[in-house]
Design a protein around this ligand. Structure first.
Ligand SMILES: [Zn+2]
Length: 216
């Protein structure tokens, strides 16, 4: 573990924090669930509203101390958190063979220029390195939009519509791990999945550090 994470993580573990076990969240939509409340096809929520992806791996819900670590990674230039989060996600990813590729949710070039890096790409690169597979920027963001944290759920859906494009790639026969730091409404991930499916992707799995529960 990089030294800068040793203190915060050790403190959080001492205070009772831990990475979620697979049974603590729905492996389809990623939302927190009670014991034994998910079926093979997902929980009651995602049976009503089908996810655009086939499965999800998360570390925790979007709550402290993960919120603090993600904020530090995104806004305080502590990008080494991306490596720590990517390592933890890689430990939980089992669907992986030589027809599997990792793809980050893209950031608009204006934001990347201002921030200096795309934290989702850093997480994706770490996962790919640990799993011995490729990470590729298959998607690009066409439109600059306000930070999703400052928008409503409806705005997020509208912002995501038409915001992405996929390059000239043929993903037939490929499994894609789509990587982001946080899943909020899922609108961004759904829009990305739609483009990856258009390019021929067979199975799409999502890996995120945290998932925001409704009303959480
Ligand atoms: Zn679900």
């Amino acid at each position: 573990m990089p030294r800068c994470h040793a203190g915060p993580v050790a403190d959080a573990v001492q205070a009772g924090w831990s990475i979620d076990l697979p049974g603590e969240y729905c492996r389809r939509c990623g939302l927190s669930i009670g014991p034994s409340s998910a079926t093979e096809r997902g929980c009651s929520r995602c049976l009503e509203q089908r996810c655009a992806w086939d499965g999800i791996v998360r570390l925790t819900s979007y709550r402290a101390p993960m919120t603090t670590w993600i904020t530090a990674m995104k806004f305080r230039r502590q990008w080494s958190w991306a490596e720590w989060l990517g390592d933890r996600l890689a430990e939980r990813i089992d669907v992986c063979d030589n027809a599997t590729i990792v793809c980050p949710v893209p950031m608009h070039w204006r934001r990347r220029l201002a921030r200096g890096y795309n934290q989702s790409a850093l997480i994706a690169d770490t996962i790919a390195r640990r799993k011995g597979i490729q990470s590729a920027a298959l998607l690009r963001r066409r439109r600059f939009s306000p930070p999703q944290t400052r928008t409503t759920a409806t705005d997020r859906r509208l912002n995501a519509r038409g915001a992405f494009a996929v390059g000239a790639v043929d993903l037939s026969g490929w499994t894609v791990w789509l990587v982001d730091d946080v899943k909020t409404t899922g609108a961004t991930l759904s829009a990305c999945c739609s483009h990856l499916r258009q390019a021929g992707a067979g199975r799409i799995h999502v890996a995120v550090a945290a998932v925001a529960d409704p009303g959480g």
